[in-house]
Design a protein around this ligand. Structure first.
Ligand SMILES: C[S@@+](CC[C@H](N)C(=O)[O-])C[C@H]1O[C@@H](n2cnc3c(N)ncnc32)[C@H](O)[C@@H]1O
Length: 430
């Protein structure tokens, strides 16, 4: 029996009940099957469009189907019909079987009736179902309200960008060879890619990493183009002492080391994630006695800092991740409105503590992968206002980067610099 729809629906329900997508996929059993990539595609896509799909199911059923497993199975089937060009009768037959197995035998009839009605009355059902903001934009209501208030001229584009498929973006390890050499290596194997930014390559169409030559030898990392701006903005130079205060899994720390021979401390509170920093340093051939991987709290330097000031500090702080929902569609359904203020308070504490570790004349780069102003411009502005020796520098992005102040706006398809939503603010210590 084909279990893909059942496993996908199971993973989606786990996310809706609070599990992260990685845990949900693992627990659904999908990760252990040959259909793993297929189930992942369905789960990611259904979560991207969950607000719309759930509204369609409720519209079809007139009164909400009592069993949430049935709602999830129907949403998965409608996702396949709408976005995967799947053969309609095969999708319906499988969903009917899945409803019978996962819910109860009688659910088969209801699933069959609702999905056939969807096929018959698609246009009218879609029109009626999209009448609420949640169904129209497929983001939680509080989130839509916040983006609308924060970005009156951009809110629709930001929400739409969050529902797009992300590109597969790589960063060439320039210590192992130029980006063009990597592109030629890919081309020799029939893998198409386009340059982005200083060292990036977008592989289109995307493909599994194991099909790309050079990953195990450290020739490249996977990193969004917006994230690839952090190391250039930090601007570390050879022989400087650099702190990456929230470093795991090491995407930006390794980029800093690829660009300059610095003495680097990679700090993070999460021991498991720190292990990935060490793995990435080894894979990219960047580990040395000048690089220290340290467990510690960025807001409490007394417990880990040796007292020698840093020339540069990257504060890539924990945030809502509201700018990267196209890559992590679980985030928008897992976050709560109250998370924003709690994260902003933690970011405030980290900024103040890290400032004390910076040398005079040194540079601190504050970064988030959020689009919420409270974590971004409001945070940076308040820090500048309460810190007399913090001089905020104006950031100049390359012309192809779509930005508003320090905010990189998440891209819609066709963007010249296809990027997630990031925020950067840079301060020099007087
Ligand atoms: C946005 S991620 C960092 C991504 C990383 N810079 C990269 O480019 O790969 C934020 C990190 O902050 C860490 N973190 C959370 N609270 C922290 C704290 N109080 N001190 C240091 N790190 C913290 C999390 O464990 C997480 O790994």
């Amino acid at each position: 029996m084909d279990l893909s729809q059942r496993q996908a629906a199971d993973a989606i329900l786990r996310v809706m009940n609070g599990a992260t997508l990685a845990r949900a996929l693992e627990a659904s059993g999908a990760e252990a099957t040959p259909a793993r990539a297929f189930v992942r595609e369905i789960v990611y896509g259904t979560l991207r469009h969950w607000g719309t799909l759930e509204a369609i199911v409720r519209e079809l059923a007139h009164k909400p189907p009592g069993d949430e497993r049935l709602v999830a199975i129907l949403a998965v089937a409608i996702y396949q019909l709408e976005h995967m060009r799947a053969e309609p009768h095969a999708v319906v037959d499988r969903a009917v079987d899945a409803a019978g197995d996962a819910v109860r035998p009688q659910a088969k009839r209801l699933a069959n009736a609702l999905l056939r009605r969807f096929l018959r009355e698609r246009e009218a059902v879609l029109a009626r179902a999209s009448s609420t903001p949640v169904a129209r934009w497929s983001h939680p209501r509080w989130w839509i309200g916040r983006v609308r208030a924060d970005w009156p001229a951009h809110w629709e584009a930001i929400l739409a960008a969050g529902n797009e498929h992300p590109p597969l973006t790589l960063r060439a390890n320039v210590r192992m060879g130029a980006r063009d050499g990597l592109a030629s290596r890919f081309a020799a194997q029939g893998i198409a890619c386009e340059p982005v930014g200083e060292a990036g390559l977008i592989v289109a169409p995307p493909r599994p990493l194991r099909e790309l030559p050079g990953f195990d030898d450290g020739a490249f990392s996977v990193q969004d183009a917006g994230a690839q701006l952090a190391a250039p903005l930090l601007g570390a130079r050879d022989a400087e002492r650099v702190l990456d205060a929230c470093a795991a899994p090491g995407g930006k720390a390794t980029h800093i080391l690829e660009r300059a021979s610095v003495e680097l401390t990679a700090l993070d509170t999460d021991g498991l994630r720190l292990a990935r920093v060490a793995e990435n340093l080894a894979r990219l051939r960047l580990a040395s006695d000048r690089v220290q991987v340290l467990a510690g709290d960025a807001a409490a330097p007394a417990s880990w800092w040796d007292g020698r000031p840093y020339d540069r500090i990257l504060a890539d702080v924990p945030c809502t991740a509201s700018g990267i929902v196209r890559r992590h569609p679980d985030v928008k359904w897992l976050r709560r409105a109250s998370d924003v203020a709690a994260l902003a308070a933690a970011q405030h504490a980290m900024l103040d503590a890290l400032w004390g570790c910076l040398a005079r004349g040194g540079t601190l780069l504050y970064a988030t992968c959020s689009v919420f102003v409270e974590e971004n411009e409001a945070q940076a502005g308040a820090f500048a206002a309460r810190t007399p020796d913090a001089l905020r520098e104006m950031l100049v992005f390359p012309p192809e980067v779509e930005a508003s102040g320090g905010q990189l706006l998440p891209s819609l398809p066709g963007a010249r610099h296809n990027q997630d939503g990031f925020f950067y603010a840079r301060f020099r210590k007087a």
